[in-house]
Unconditional design. Structure first.
Length: 244
């Protein structure tokens, strides 16, 4: 499912070359057709809000509440287009030596306030496994972030999420554990299917994007869970460039 070293890349379904190119072309066309009017709507909504503020001084009035809701929906649509493009046309990872512990510490600092806002504790235990791995730092962070966000969406207030590292001299493992509601046996086989989601308002792209990133690095991503017993996502990457 990841990209190969040549231009005949492997597609979503394992077909080579042409099919991936077609998917990318369709994705780019959809993004273009949606983004242009979307940008125009956002600009005009901003102009409308500015002009209304001169007529209606009370910014707590109902009209500004409606404008805020419209702006929120437009942002959600823009985010969906971004995620769709990232899934359909993933960039090839630019590998470099990455210090794993500082990267995960930065990620935990970034997502920590969102976890606190949901009253979910977040812990990081990064002493295990290799200290450095060959990876694209931005893509690796994005993959782990998607796993944490997925765990956060499934974990109620009072629950906990743990990020842990492990592995050996050849393999880096990053595990994301949660004490959430878990995933039923009927649903678990579909969690990596694009657009599959059981969450209202979800895109169903977070886990598929994370898996595509990991597989483009030559690694694997698996999710283990039982209904009512939380879940564990395990990301495994080869440490050295030559291992890919």
């Amino acid at each position: 499912m990841g990209e190969s070293a040549d231009t005949g890349r492997t597609g979503v379904d394992g077909a080579a070359g042409g099919e991936t190119t077609l998917v990318e072309a369709i994705a780019a066309g959809i993004a273009h057709e949606v983004r242009n009017p979307l940008n125009a709507l956002q600009i005009n909504l901003g102009i409308l809000e500015q002009e209304l503020s001169e007529i209606v001084p009370d910014h707590g009035s109902h009209v500004f509440e409606v404008i805020g809701k419209i702006a929120g929906e437009l942002r959600s649509l823009d985010n969906f287009v971004t995620e769709f493009l990232r899934f359909a046309r993933p960039p090839r990872p630019a590998l470099e030596p990455v210090a794993v512990r500082p990267l995960l510490a930065d990620l935990a600092t970034f997502i920590g306030p969102e976890c606190s806002g949901k009253r979910v504790s977040l812990s990081l235990t990064a002493e295990g496994g290799p200290e450095t791995a060959m990876a694209d730092p931005f893509q690796l962070k994005h993959a782990v972030l998607n796993l944490v966000l997925n765990a956060l969406q499934a974990t109620p207030a009072g629950g906990a999420i743990a990020i842990e590292t492990g592995g050996d001299a050849r393999t880096l493992e990053v595990r994301v554990r949660d004490t959430g509601q878990g995933i039923g046996e009927a649903i678990l086989p579909h969690v990596f299917d694009a657009f599959f989601t059981t969450r209202e308002g979800g895109t169903g792209l977070g886990l598929p994007i994370a898996r595509r990133i990991v597989e483009a690095h030559g690694g694997t991503l698996v999710l283990e869970s039982r209904d009512g017993a939380g879940a564990v996502a395990t990301l495994s990457l080869p440490v050295a460039r030559g291992e890919r």
